[in-house]
Design a protein around this ligand. Structure first.
Ligand SMILES: Cc1ncc(C[n+]2csc(CCOP(=O)(O)OP(=O)(O)O)c2C)c(N)n1
Length: 557
């Protein structure tokens, strides 16, 4: 078999159902073989679209996403998407072609050292030198991408390797010395956690993306209810605990809720579960973060523990297994007074905004989406103000229903990620909520939803500017609005039509209701241009350098 044939045999054995990619000279042997293989391939219009789609597929399904690109520019176009997956711990396999080995290092046409380039943004990467190594490498790549803390793995295959021949045998298992993730927590540490809970009066859980990655949402619910501990979900943890649950406090940090941020400032025990204490949560003010609390940190990745915050009880383990272990003999905390205090804060300072007559508010659009889908849709977002409003105003109930670039914050992510999510979860409504800025970075993928009839809905929160940057300039740069004007942009309705798609527009609350309802009822891709109030800001907000209890609630709150 040729290297290309071996590659597809491996992918089939790994259960891969769909590939996202873009061909070119160095992957021609692979694309030629694909012609005869019964595997779905989605041809995007840019490699960035392909890698974000593979990422969206992975986040929606929990299965690894696979992307293929050619050497040189094809490979470098993957970089943003690979870094996105790395920051958010998403299992991704990136397969790149490279020039023939005899040309490596000669500045050959379309040569780039993609293994070197992606070294800091992959969990692991491979350059395949010998076709006989290919099955082992693919097996290892899938193992590494999906076990322990998930992440992206790149396999760079020079053209002579995909053309070379070898007999095929697939290894039964993987044996990697030096890579043995600890999944079971130390029982003594788990016992210490139970004791700490018993002695706590003001405990709080900070649940992050690890809860979703390990499929631990049911264990988390039982853990929180049994121990009577309120739950804060980080941006990446949203959906890992039901938004409407009485113990839920919302999101922490820069745009977190009043109750969540105050809980962190006043708690005596903070249990971080699959959360990495990102500076959007701590505000980088580690001196003032949870100043009265003992911190417990549960994480599959030992490198996370103690990285940002000092840890009182470190627990290395898979979140699901750790919570299951902790549930045995778990006694409730003495938290009644604390829960009453938090309820008062939640009632006194809910998330809110002001409607203003006929003008369409972005928050209202998100609330409408929540109402019209019953909180059951998969929402992907781009990056900016709309991303935060989705986190605040859509009431996510289930894991894997918010898909967004959290760690890297890559504009251009939302729309292609929705394509991948919809292919992975065809029975669920998938809505990409995007800013007019971010959408313009990857909107060429409208051709893909047309070509493959992928019925995602694109909802543009169109404020005719780079909203989040404008907000910072208003608040911290004396309204000196430097280079945020997007008033020259396409007519998105006509753009949709140019791709042969349906485009709709809403400029008032009434129109938004009618148009979103129509879009959701149609069994086809639709672009909805929501022209919103451009001056709206995201609140609450903790300004850079401030403590979490110094949040500004905004004029309207
Ligand atoms: C690729 C990339 N470039 C720049 C930024 C910096 N950035 C963060 S938010 C933002 C504005 C986003 O504007 P838009 O997409 O219109 O969304 P809005 O904030 O208006 O909702 C920018 C430029 C980024 N996150 N990603």
């Amino acid at each position: 078999m040729t290297g290309a044939e071996i590659l597809f045999r491996c992918l089939i054995l790994e259960g891969v159902e769909v590939l996202f990619g873009y061909p070119g000279g160095a992957v021609l042997p692979i694309y030629d073989t694909l012609y005869d293989v019964a595997m779905r391939h989605v041809l995007t219009r840019h490699e960035q679209g392909a890698v974000h789609a593979a990422d969206g597929y992975a986040r929606a399904t929990g299965k690894p996403g696979v992307v293929i690109a050619t050497s040189g520019p094809g490979a470098t176009n993957l970089v943003t998407g690979i870094a996105t997956a790395q920051m958010d711990s998403v299992p991704l396999i990136a397969i790149t072609g490279n020039v023939k080995q005899q040309l490596i290092g000669t500045d050959a046409f379309q040569e780039a050292n993609i293994v070197g380039i992606t070294m800091p943004i992959t969990k692991h990467n491979y350059f395949v030198r010998d076709v006989r190594d290919l099955p082992r490498i693919v097996k290892e790549a899938f193992h590494i991408a999906t076990t322990g803390r998930p992440g992206p793995v790149l396999i760079d295959i020079p053209k002579d390797v995909s053309e070379a021949k070898a007999p095929f045998t697939y290894p039964e298992d993987v044996n990697l010395r030096g890579y043995q993730p600890t999944v079971d927590p130390h029982p003594l540490q788990v016992e210490r956690l139970r004791q700490a809970i018993k002695g706590a009066k003001k405990p709080v859980i900070l649940a992050g993306g690890g809860v979703i990655a390990s499929g631990a949402h049911e264990e988390l619910l039982r853990f929180a209810e049994t121990a009577r501990i309120p739950v804060i979900t980080t941006f990446m943890g949203i959906g890992g605990f039901p938004s409407g649950h009485p113990l839920h406090l919302g999101m922490p940090g820069m745009h977190g809720t009043y109750a969540a941020n105050m809980a962190i400032c006043h708690c005596d025990l903070l249990i971080g579960i699959g959360a990495r204490f990102d500076d959007r949560v701590t505000m980088g003010r580690l001196d003032a973060f949870a100043p009265h609390a003992k911190i417990v940190h549960i994480d599959i990745d030992p490198a996370e523990i103690g990285k940002n915050v000092e840890t009182y009880i470190p627990i290395v383990g898979d979140v699901k297994r750790t919570l299951a272990a902790a549930l045995e003999g778990l006694a409730p905390a003495d938290s009644a007074a604390w829960l009453a205090q938090l309820d008062d804060w939640k009632r006194a300072y809910p998330l809110r905004y002001q409607m203003s007559g006929d003008r369409l508010k972005p928050q209202y659009v998100i609330e409408l989406l929540d109402e019209l889908t019953g909180g059951e849709a998969i929402i992907t977002t781009d990056v900016g103000q709309h991303q935060m409003w989705v986190a605040q105003f859509y009431r996510f109930k289930r894991p894997r229903s918010l898909i967004s670039s959290g760690g890297l914050g890559a504009m251009g992510f939302g729309f292609p990620a929705a394509i991948g999510a919809k292919l992975g979860c065809p029975d669920k409504p998938v809505i990409a909520v995007v800013g007019d800025g971010g959408f313009q970075m990857t909107m060429q993928e409208l051709a893909v939803v047309k070509q493959y009839r992928i019925p995602v809905k694109v909802v543009i929160i169109n404020n005719r500017c780079l909203g989040m940057v404008r907000q910072w300039q208003e608040l911290f740069y004396r309204k000196r609005y430097s280079e945020v004007d997007l008033s020259v942009s396409p007519d998105y309705v006509k753009l949709a039509e140019a791709y042969g798609l349906r485009g709709l527009r809403a400029e008032t609350p009434e129109e938004a209701r009618a148009v979103l309802k129509e879009a959701l009822e149609l069994e086809e891709p639709v672009v909805v241009d929501c022209v919103v109030e451009p001056e709206e800001n995201v609140y609450p907000m903790v300004a850079p350098g401030k403590r979490l209890d110094e949040m500004v609630l905004g004029d309207e709150a």
